[in-house]
Ligand binder design. Structure first.
Ligand SMILES: [Zn+2]
Length: 860
C-alpha cells in the first residue's frame, strides 16, 4: 500500500482523518501558578492502519517546542483556524504501532476553559491561584495536543510536576510521588479507555476530606481551605448515589476513586470528568442547617447527575456531539430518580414537573427545535445545552419509563451499558437495547419525539359509541401562536403513551395517530376521567366541557399532586396561547386556595406573576394585589409558624407563600414580619427557619431602601456559605428602585462578582417587574464589555429575561439591537427569547385592558 500525503486543505474541517488512532497518552505537565503558564510533554501511542507521512491531531493556543515520531525529529505546522497540528515524519510511518512525542508550552487562561486559572482570596486577604481544567466539549486541545473527538477513546496517564506545598488531583488515584527541590512529581493511575473531554487535573492550595469508603471505592471532597464544615451533605449523597447507581446499572463503578472538587470559578454547573468531578462551590458545599430545601436539592441533583454520567457518558459515550442531548437527558432523568430514592419526602418526580414546564415553554414556540439534529461542527452542538436537552429529554425518558414500567426500562439501560462498555454509540443503540429487553416498539415511539420539534395537546371528549359513552382522544401540536398561518402539517403526530384513569382503573393506550382508532370504553361512563394519569406524559390535556365539569373539588382532592399541577399549568399555557383569557384564568387559580402541596402552589404563583405583568401600576394592579392576598394569605395563616419535625415541603410552601403575599400581594404586615426575620437571621442564621430567611431576604429587597441595599451587598460580600452569599447577591436584582437596580448592574461588572455569577445577576435585573427595561438598557450599553468579561456560554442566558419586556416598543427596540449584535453561540436560544417576548406582548395587548377593567369593576 502506498503512502499518502495529507493535504490539510482537503480535510473535513471538523473531523480528524481516520486511519490513525491513539491508544494511550502519557501526559506530563508543569504548571506555574504564579506566572500563569505551563510546560508539558505528551507521548501518544498510536495505532496506524495504513502507511502515512503525516499525523493530524488537535491543538489550540499552545506553542509547540518539538515533535518526534518513534524517536526521530519531525516537522510540524499549527493551523490556528482549524485548531489542528499536522506533524510530518521524515520518513513514512509504517502500519502498526507508533509513538508521537510533543513538547509544548501554554498559558493558564482566564476564560474558564481548557487549562485555566481560578482564584480565591483567603481570610488574610491574600489571593491564591488554582490551576484547573474544563475540557468539554473541545478544549482538551488547549491543555495538550490530542485527538480531541469523543470516539478516539484512549488510556490517559497523567503526571503533574507541582510546587510541593500544593495539592494535585486528577482522574486516577495518586500512584507515585518523588520530591526534589521544593517540587513534587506526582503520577496518577492510568484511566480506563475514555474520551479526551473527560480528562481533568486540578492543582492548588486545596484541602480534602477524609475519604469515605463506599464498598471499596474511596470518595472525597476537595475544596479551598476552611470549608470542610460544608462537605457533609455532598459526601453523604455522593456515597448514596455511588451505591445506588451500581445497583441500578448492575455494573461496578468503572474507576478506582471519586473526588468531588469544588472550584471558586466554574463556567458550567459541574463536569463529569471520570473520578475527578468538578463543581461550582454552591452546588457542592452547603450547610444543611441554614439552607433551603431547594438549595439542598440542587446539591443532591448535581452530585447525582455527575455520578450518573460515570457510566452513562463516561463508560459508554456518544460517537459525536449530536449525541450530547441523550447524554444529558439521561443524566437528568437519573438525577431525579436518584434524588427520589435518596429523599422520597422531597417528591422529586413531582417537582420535576415544574422543570418540564420550562421545556414546554420553549417547545411551544415556532422557533423550537427537534431534540436531536445533525451536528457537523462541535459548535453546532453548543445550542444543545438547553432546556430541550435537559428538561424535555429527561421528561421523554420519564414518559418512556412510565410506559414500559420502571424495571423493564432499567433492564434495558443496563443491557445497553453492558453491550457498549468502553465504546461509543448512537442514540438508536439505546432504543434498540430497550426494545430488545422489553419487546416494545421503543425506537418508533422515541423517534416521533426526538426528530420532530414541539409536542402535542391531547383533546379528550366523551362520544357516543354503540350506545355507550366512550372516550375519544385526538392530538394536535400545541403552540403559543396558534393562529392559522402557523398551523403545521396535518401529519404532525406523536406516538403518545396515554394513561387514563376512570372508575379507579388506569388503562394505557398508545395514541399513535391524529385520533384514537376507536373510542375507548369507560369503566364508569359518567365518572371523572383523568387523562395523563400519574402526570408524567410530555403533553398537555384539553378536556371537553363534559369531562371538565366532572373535575369537582372532590375529584381534585383525589388526584396526585402532579396531576393537579398539570391542570394549573395547562390553564396558564392556554392563557398565553389565547385559548383562555386572563380574566377567566384568575377565578380558576382562586379555586386552589385550599391547596396545600408546594408544586401546585408553585404553578399558581407562576401564573399569578404572569398575570401581574399584564397590568400597569394603578387601581387595577392594587385590586389584583388584593385578590392575591385573599387567595394566598389564608393558606399562609393555616400553615402557621414552623414547628420541629414538619416536612421540608411544608416549610418550603410557607416560604413560597410568604414571598407571594409579601411581594406580589404587597401585604404590609408580611413585609414588616420579613424585616424582623431578616434582622434575626442576620444576627444568628440558625435562629430562623431557612425557608423563611430566604423568603424574607427576597421580600426585604423587593420593598427595601438604600440602607437595606447596603446591608444585602455587605451580606453577599461577607456571606458564610455559598448559598447565603448567592441569595443576598441575587436579591440585589429585586429592588423596586431604578437607581438601586442600576447600581446592581454596575456591581455585576466589578471584580466583586465572579464572572460565573454576574450574567445571572443581570438576567434577574432584567426580570425586575418595574425597572427591567432600565436594566436591559444597561446591558445593551455594556454589551461589548459583558461579552469580553463573561464566559461565552452565559451570554444567551444573561438576556433570556428580555422575553418579559412585553410592550411593542421594547419588542422593536430589542429586536433592532440583536439584529446588529447577534449571539452566535446561542442563536437559536435568542430566536426563542425574541419570539417569547412577542408572545408575551401579544398576551398583554390582547388581555391587559380587559383584565384591568374586570379587576376594577369588581372593586370599583
Ligand atoms: Zn450532564
Amino acid at each position: 500500500m502506498s503512502a499518502t500525503m495529507l493535504d490539510p486543505d482537503t480535510l473535513d474541517p471538523y473531523r480528524l482523518p481516520a486511519g490513525v488512532e491513539p491508544t494511550r497518552y502519557d501526559v506530563r505537565l508543569r504548571p506555574d501558578l504564579d506566572d500563569g503558564s505551563f510546560v508539558g510533554t505528551v507521548r501518544i501511542d498510536l495505532d496506524v492502519a495504513s502507511a502515512t507521512r503525516s499525523l493530524v491531531l488537535n491543538a489550540a493556543e499552545l506553542e509547540i517546542v518539538s515533535c518526534s515520531i518513534d524517536g526521530t525529529d519531525a516537522t510540524w505546522e499549527l493551523l490556528a483556524e482549524s485548531e489542528r497540528l499536522v506533524v510530518t515524519a521524515a520518513a513514512e510511518i509504517a502500519p502498526g504501532s507508533s509513538r508521537l512525542t510533543i513538547e509544548f508550552v501554554g498559558v493558564l487562561n482566564d476564560k474558564l476553559r481548557g487549562f485555566y486559572r481560578s482564584t480565591y482570596t483567603d481570610d488574610d486577604g491574600t489571593e491564591h491561584v488554582i490551576a484547573t481544567t474544563q475540557m468539554q466539549a473541545t478544549d482538551c486541545r488547549r491543555a495538550f495536543p490530542c485527538w480531541d473527538e469523543p470516539a478516539f477513546k484512549a488510556v490517559f496517564a497523567i503526571t503533574l510536576d507541582v510546587a510541593d506545598d500544593l495539592t494535585a488531583i486528577s482522574n486516577g488515584p495518586e500512584v507515585g510521588r518523588t520530591n526534589a527541590d521544593g517540587r513534587s512529581i506526582i503520577r496518577f493511575a492510568d484511566t480506563m479507555k475514555m474520551s479526551s473531554y473527560l480528562v481533568a487535573f486540578v492543582v492548588g492550595r486545596l484541602e480534602t476530606t477524609e475519604p469515605v469508603d463506599v464498598d471499596g471505592t474511596p470518595l472525597r471532597i476537595a475544596h479551598v481551605p476552611g470549608k470542610g464544615h460544608l462537605t457533609e451533605l455532598g459526601l453523604d449523597v455522593g456515597a448514596f448515589c455511588l451505591r445506588w447507581f451500581q445497583e441500578y446499572y448492575d455494573i461496578a463503578y468503572p474507576s478506582d476513586k471519586v473526588d468531588l472538587v469544588a472550584l471558586p470559578d466554574f463556567a458550567a454547573g459541574a463536569m463529569e470528568n471520570l473520578g475527578c468531578i468538578t463543581f461550582r462551590e454552591s452546588l457542592l458545599l452547603i450547610d444543611p442547617a441554614t439552607s433551603t430545601q431547594f438549595e439542598r436539592q440542587m446539591v443532591v441533583d448535581v452530585v447525582a447527575h455527575e455520578l450518573a454520567h460515570m457510566w452513562f457518558g463516561d463508560l459508554v459515550t456518544m460517537r459525536w456531539w449530536n449525541g450530547i442531548w441523550l447524554n444529558e437527558a439521561f443524566a437528568t432523568f437519573m438525577e431525579v430518580a436518584a434524588c427520589e430514592a435518596y429523599r422520597p419526602d422531597w417528591e422529586r418526580w413531582t417537582s420535576f414537573g415544574v422543570e418540564r414546564t420550562l421545556a414546554f415553554d420553549t417547545d411551544s414556540l415556532d422557533n423550537t427545535r427537534s431534540v436531536e439534529f445533525d451536528v457537523r461542527s462541535p459548535a453546532d452542538a453548543d445550542g444543545m445545552f438547553d432546556v430541550l436537552t435537559y428538561q424535555k429529554g429527561g421528561s421523554l425518558l420519564r414518559m418512556l419509563e412510565q410506559y414500559l414500567g420502571a424495571e423493564e426500562f432499567r433492564a434495558g439501560v443496563s443491557h445497553y451499558l453492558r453491550t457498549h462498555s468502553y465504546g461509543n454509540t448512537e442514540t438508536n443503540d439505546l432504543w434498540d437495547a430497550i426494545e430488545e429487553t422489553s419487546g416494545e416498539p421503543v425506537r418508533r415511539i422515541m423517534d416521533s419525539w426526538i426528530w420532530q420539534p414541539g409536542y402535542p395537546i391531547v383533546r379528550a371528549s366523551i362520544v357516543d359509541h354503540d350506545g355507550t359513552a366512550s372516550l375519544e382522544l385526538t392530538q394536535r401540536r400545541f403552540r403559543f401562536d396558534s393562529r392559522a398561518a402557523h398551523a403545521g402539517p396535518a401529519d404532525e403526530v406523536w406516538a403518545v403513551p396515554v394513561h387514563v384513569r376512570n372508575g379507579g382503573i388506569v388503562t394505557t393506550v398508545l395514541l399513535d395517530g391524529a385520533e384514537t382508532v376507536a373510542p375507548l370504553p369507560l369503566v364508569d361512563p359518567t365518572g371523572a376521567v383523568i387523562v395523563n394519569a400519574g402526570g408524567s406524559g410530555y403533553f398537555r390535556v384539553d378536556y371537553d366541557d363534559t369531562l371538565r365539569s366532572r373535575l369537582s373539588a372532590e375529584v381534585l382532592a383525589e388526584m396526585s399532586t402532579l396531576e393537579r399541577y398539570n391542570l394549573v399549568d395547562d390553564a396558564w399555557a392556554a392563557t398565553v396561547a389565547g385559548d383562555l383569557s386572563a380574566t377567566e384564568l384568575l377565578p380558576l387559580l382562586e379555586a386552589f386556595g385550599g391547596e396545600r402541596d408546594h408544586a401546585v402552589w408553585q404553578a399558581v404563583v407562576i401564573a399569578l406573576r404572569g398575570l401581574s405583568r399584564l397590568l400597569d401600576d394603578g387601581p387595577a394592579f392594587e385590586a389584583f394585589r388584593a385578590r392575591v392576598r385573599a387567595l394566598a394569605a389564608p393558606a399562609l395563616a393555616d400553615l402557621g409558624e414552623p414547628i420541629d419535625g414538619e416536612s421540608d415541603l411544608t416549610a418550603k410552601l410557607r416560604g413560597l407563600l410568604v414571598g407571594a403575599v409579601g411581594v406580589l400581594g404587597g401585604d404590609v404586615g408580611t413585609q414588616a414580619r420579613c424585616r424582623e426575620l431578616f434582622d434575626a437571621a442576620s444576627r444568628d442564621p440558625r435562629s430562623v427557619d431557612p425557608e423563611l430567611t430566604a423568603a424574607a431576604t427576597s421580600v426585604v429587597a423587593a420593598t427595601g431602601d438604600q440602607d437595606t441595599y447596603a446591608r444585602l451587598r455587605d451580606g453577599f460580600l461577607g456571606g458564610a456559605t455559598p448559598q447565603d452569599k448567592l441569595r443576598q447577591l441575587y436579591a440585589l436584582a429585586e429592588f423596586d428602585d431604578e437607581a438601586l437596580l442600576l447600581e446592581t448592574c454596575q456591581f455585576a461588572m466589578t471584580g466583586a462578582v465572579k464572572t460565573q455569577n454576574a450574567p445571572f445577576l443581570l438576567r434577574l435585573a432584567i426580570a425586575n417587574r418595574r425597572h427591567g427595561a432600565a436594566a436591559w438598557a444597561f446591558v445593551r450599553d455594556h454589551w461589548a464589555e459583558a461579552n469580553d468579561r463573561f464566559p461565552s456560554n452565559t451570554i444567551g442566558r444573561m438576556v433570556d429575561t428580555v422575553r418579559l419586556l412585553n410592550t411593542p416598543e421594547l419588542v422593536d427596540e430589542v429586536a433592532g439591537f440583536f439584529a446588529v449584535h447577534p449571539i452566535e453561540q446561542a442563536a437559536k436560544t435568542l430566536d426563542q427569547v425574541l419570539e417569547r417576548q412577542r408572545v408575551n406582548t401579544a398576551l398583554r395587548t390582547r388581555d391587559g385592558e380587559e383584565f384591568a377593567a374586570a379587576l376594577t369593576a369588581m372593586y370599583g
